[in-house]
Design a protein around this ligand. Sequence first.
Ligand code: DAU
Length: 332
Amino acid sequence: MSERNLLPDDLTILITGGAGFVGSNFLRLMLLKYPSYCFVNMDKLTYSGNINNLADFLEYPNYSFIHGDICDRALVDSIVEKHDIDVIINFAAESHVDRSIKDPLIFVKTNINGTQSLLDAGLKHNIKLFLQISTDEVYGSLDDTGYFTEASRIAPNNPYSASKASADMLISSYGNTYGLPFNIVRFGNTYGPFQYPEKLIPMAILNALHNQPIPIHGKGQSIRDWVYVKDNNSAIDRVLHFGRRGEVYNIGSNQEKRTIEVVHLILEMLKKPNHLIEFVEDRPGQDYRYANNPHKIMSELGWMPQYNFLEGLQTTIQWYIEHMEWWGTPSN
Ligand SMILES: Cc1cn([C@H]2C[C@H](O)[C@@H](COP(=O)(O)OP(=O)(O)O[C@H]3O[C@H](CO)[C@@H](O)[C@H](O)[C@H]3O)O2)c(=O)[nH]c1=O
C-alpha cells in the first residue's frame, strides 16, 4: 500500500474555482475548521462562479481571493511561488454536460490545459500535494446493475467527461513521470446550496418556485447517485489529511434516483403540480446510470456520508426559497 501524504501542520492551500458551487462550500467548511491554515482562492468568476458565495468570509485574515484563470500560466506560477503553496486543490472546471455538447472547446481549455498549468506550477515549486476534484462520469455509463470502482475502465462519453478523464490521466502521468504527489477524488452527482441553476436539482427547484415548465430529458429514466455537498466536503477533507499518495478515491452515497423521481419529489415538497414537467428531447449520448462504489474511502479513510437524500433535498429547497432573488426568473 502506498504511503500517506506528508503534509506540514500549517498548510497554505490554493483552491481553484473557490467561488463556484463545490469549491465555495468546501472553503466554508475549511475556513471554520482550520483557522491556522491559509487559503488562497483563485477563480475566473465565469457565469457559474459568484464572489458573494463567500461574502461572509472576505475579512478572514487567513483567506485571500485572486481573480484569475487557471489557464494563465504566468499568473498561476506567480501565485504558487509568492504564497508558498503547499497544496493545490483543483475545483476549477467547466462542468455542465449540455454546454460541453454545444461548445466543447472551452472544456478542453479549462479542464485540460488549465489543469496542466497548475501541475507545471506545482511541480516547479515542489508542492506537497495536488488534489484533483473529478467525477464518476470518467467511467462512462452503467446498466441497471454494478458499480464503478477505482479500477473501472476510463470510458467517458461526452466532451465534458472526456476532458475530465484527460485531466485525470495527465495528473497520474505527472505522478508517475515526475513524482508529483497527487490524489484524485471522483464524485457522484453533487447537490446543495449555492449551485448554479443549470444542473437538474437547482433548475427544477427554481422553475417550480416560478411556476415555469421543468424540462426533462427523454422520459427522465436516467439514474444518478445524489451526494449532498457537505458529504463531498468531508470526503475531500479526509483525502487531504489521510489519503495515500497517488491514490484515486470514489465518492458515492448509495442514494440512486431516476431523474423523474427527483423532480416529482421536488414538486411534492414544494406542493407544485406535476403538469409543470415538460418532456423534451433526450441529451445526445445521454449516460444512463452513474454509481460509484465508495468502499475504498470508507474502509481506508473512515469516510461515511451523513446526509440522506430527502433531508439534503429539503435543506437545499429551503436555501433556494430563501435566495430566490439571487437568480432572477428562469428564462425557459
Ligand atoms: C439540466 C437537466 C438535466 N436533466 C437530466 C440529465 C441527467 O440525466 C440528469 C442530471 O443532469 P445534470 O444535473 O446536468 O447532471 P449530470 O449530467 O448527471 O452531471 C453532473 O454530475 C456529474 C457527476 O456525476 C458532474 O461531474 C457534472 O459536473 C454534473 O453536471 O438530469 C434533465 O432531464 N433536464 C435538465 O434540464
